[in-house]
Ligand binder design. Structure first.
Ligand SMILES: O=C(O)CCC(=O)C(=O)O
Ligand SMILES: [Fe+2]
Length: 255
């Protein structure tokens, strides 16, 4: 068992850590609840502009399933985050995946910003042993050390509608691809077994761009976290870091 201090050092140096939550019966219950939720047909999905295949991403499963909520708020995650950030962690979104997202590499800091900066973490938990052909999660170690992105960096105008949010986002995706190459960084694919959790730092690049067989399942639940000492959550799509313009984003916390 690594000490929390060693994990904290790794987290901020590499931009991620992995550990096993050690609660496999909870994960079995989550899988059953998610299957049942799908059967009802009345689940909420992620915005279509961030979809890269036909497989739904189920958002807010914690509203329907105590097991999903328990997993989202799992002590093994909360205790680490509290220690790493010295502030009370607050969960605000869950997404359940049955299959790979096939989403290109990105940082979640392009979706959610915080003041003070970088008070954001993703906790991605494998709900089965992840098949390497099923579009596994990839991360780019140390990419969190790249500058925080601003849409001004790609000369994007403030979006007027969902179409321009999407076209701006495509500029961002190209910027990320170029940035990985320019900085000599490499994506890796951590082997994730059932119950393994990967915590990524606010600005760490991650995604699932390589999928050999998208019909294979790739069950996972991700929870996004912010912290009690955050004064403002902002929406990077409408903000401008270089000009200190931060457009507030209201979050709904899980409790
Ligand atoms: O599971 C994946 O492929 C990526 C999910 C993701 O990027 C996220 O939830 O922020
Ligand atoms: Fe993400």
């Amino acid at each position: 068992m690594q000490s929390l201090e060693k994990e904290k050092k790794d987290f901020f140096e590499q931009g991620f850590i992995t550990f096993n939550i050690g609660d496999l019966s909870l994960i079995d219950s989550v899988n059953i609840d998610v299957d049942n939720l799908i059967k009802t047909g009345s689940y909420k999905t992620n915005s279509a502009i961030y979809s890269y295949n036909q497989h739904p991403r189920i958002v807010e499963s914690y509203k329907f399933s105590d097991n999903c909520k328990k997993l989202a708020l799992h002590n093994s995650v909360m205790n680490r985050l509290r220690y790493f950030f010295d502030s009370e962690p607050k969960a605000f979104s869950t997404i359940n995946f049955l299959h790979s997202t096939q989403q290109p590499l990105h940082s979640d800091y392009v979706h959610f910003g915080t003041l003070p900066h970088r008070m954001l973490v993703g906790a991605w938990v494998a709900l089965e042993d992840i098949d390497p052909n099923a579009g596994p999660l990839q991360i780019v170690p140390k990419s969190h050390k790249l500058d925080l992105f601003d849409y001004e960096d790609v000369d994007a105008d403030r979006p007027k509608n969902l179409n321009t949010v999407k076209s701006n986002y495509q500029l961002y995706e190209q910027y990320v691809t170029d940035g990985i190459e320019r900085n000599g960084l490499n994506a890796i694919t951590p082997k994730m077994k059932k119950g393994d959790c990967l915590l990524w730092e606010a600005n760490l690049l991650h995604g699932s761009p390589e999928c050999k067989n998208s019909s294979l399942t790739r069950k996972a639940q991700v929870t996004h976290w912010t912290f009690d000492n955050v004064q403002k959550h902002y929406n990077p799509s409408f903000s401008n870091l270089r000009k200190n313009i931060y457009v507030e984003r209201q979050l709904t916390f899980i409790n």
